[in-house]
Design a binder for this molecule. Sequence first.
Ligand code: ACM
Length: 763
Amino acid sequence: MKLPHRHARRLQLAAAVILLAILAPVAARPLPGSTPIPIPATLQSGQGRYELHVNPTVAARSAPAARVARHFADLVQRTHGLTLQTIDSEHGAGVTYTLDPTATSDDEGYVLDIDDDGARILARDERGLFYGAVTLWQLLDAEGRLPAVRIEDAPRFGWRGLMLDSARHMQSVEEIKHLLDAMALHKLNVFHWHLTDDQGWRIEIKRYPRLTEVGGCRIPAGDAGTDPATGQTRPYCGHYTQAQIREIVAYAAERHITVVPEIDMPGHAQAAVAAYPELGTVAGETAVSNEWGVHTYLFNVEEDTFGFLENVLTEVLALFPSAYIHVGGDEAVKDQWQASEQVQARMRALGVADETQLQAYFISRMERFLSAHGRRLIGWDEILEGGLPADATVMSWRGIEGGIAAARQGHDVVMSPSSDLYLDYLQTDSPNELPGRPATIPLRQVYAFEPVPEALDASQARHVLGVQANVWTEHMRDYARVQHAVFPRIAALAETGWSPADRRDYDDFLVRLPAQLRRYRALGIAYAQTPFEVRMTVETADRGTGTIEVALSNPLGYDGIGYTTDGEDPTAESPAYEAPLVRPLPAEVRARVFVDGEALADASVQRFDAASLLRRSDEALKMCTGALMLRLEDDGPADGDRARFNVDIFNPCWQWDGADLDGIAAVQVRAGRIPYYFQLHHDESNRKFRTPKSAHGELEIHAGCDGELLASAPLPEHPDADGFIVLDAALPEQAGTRDLCITFTGDTRPTMWVLDEVRLIPR
Ligand code: ACM
């Protein structure tokens, strides 16, 4: 499928950014030292500094200290170009790492002292030395100097987690290591690895090879599922071998990160049931799902199935030393159990009252198995329903209510609410956001999340083990997208998880963030540009005189916007933005945010002319009702960039408020078509399909969403070869402004039309 021009340009830009990140670590400016993220518990600045570059020596006499010293010598070499030498004597060493059982009371805590004589890190455990070294690295400036400071630091929470979904889309072992490196430098210590789901089983289980042979492959929906060259199906396949998993677990452990595997049950089981239909609840075979949403496939509750799950867990336990094993438990809609004679008979035999109790029975059996093997069960908050074994831990994702209820019942809790800590939700309203869920969770909101609800008293609050952010990857086909979702929001999560509540201060965090971005660039981390972009808003446009007034702003509120109107990218010396720019058309504005003379992101570029004022992309339009908005991508081409669309899948209808229809002859709509690949289950009835008047339905333009039909045009059966259509709907003579609602009639499942761009065509 051919790429529309604007997407092709985006692709080039993205490629350029990635290339820069890979080819030019530390590019223009080396790292200056600065106050760390997460902010330490206590930090007292002293007088003077230590010139580590003059005496780049390190003493680390115990084996753990030597490991930490080596790790950070490598890091400092990479990011600062400074070579540190290990020496035997602590006397005269530039940096000293010392294990000292009396240094701190917390195994992850450390004391860092820097004065004219050098830097000393003390901790009772290797973990503390490691975190002290992270702080030291952040303080080290570009010239190799360390500020005099005394830091006494320890984490607020013991669970500082990040979940990665490798079931919907996989990441390579190298990419996961890159993420683990970054987690460690944010002092995060739990990598929750979501390895099985309806769309893929990604962990090799030697006893059950079909789990990965069959369950590890799906045929993607729509065009992506076919090789255009051969017409053959193009499956999306993959799994992690046990050897790869061991490698990742070991790599994480070297960075003091525990890998908590998740094997989801009794729901999210479609891939497993596709591999072994006898595990399922309905007769016949099924395929690994290529759709998103809540699926109906559940494991059955036969003894053989419990035997299967215990055998799977036995192999899981051998791979993952984690005390906690995650068994999912989420979104197990009970229809299949209700409909199954076999399950109902088992329920009666077991004396279980209903399907909710049956799930509780299911989870309690798994809990017994894990306890018997010295492990602890953790699951999503649905495991509370129907009762839960006392030792089970609850991960609260449907808000914090499950967490509150669990803590009140005496269960340990990890807070991971979708409302604040789901990183597949977009982070700004920029048109450059990648596919995801557009309920926006900006950096400020991640930062503001408080893991200990006020509703808990002190004894209940002690059950809150910590926080976790989750990266679901339905819409993240590659690791660049994962990085976009994770960075910089992970920095906010890190501070919530590590720093004392009274040390958290969002404004101060924003002051420290540019230094963190520099670290990201030095480490080849492709952080999201969107929060650091300059947004351009046309405040007023006079089509008569051909003048516009454009306001510039930044989503995070950074000022220091430099701009140009001469086609050159802004530099730190470019004019500083102070008030909306008034410009004759055509005009091209380029702008970027500068902090201390350094740009935080690529330049934003926008061209304004008579036609652009009459044009809106889907991203610039509201959803008519906004029931379930997603940011989705086209299903082709199979590789590379694809067009992206904002669409409300319950009610695909786009709204242009205040469209000026003076002298307008027609509304021209460019639309693409994407798979309707959602399992909405009980919500499916909320999906609106408007009655068509012709064979393939119509494009309709209404004045207001329930208002008069202004214009329409029949839809073709198929899009053009490039995957798009362009339709003109003639308007009757109009004057003034109207709120236009643009929609498509007919039920086109298994595909759906989606608006890409709308233009007003003058008479
Ligand atoms: C979840 O988001 N289903 C845990």
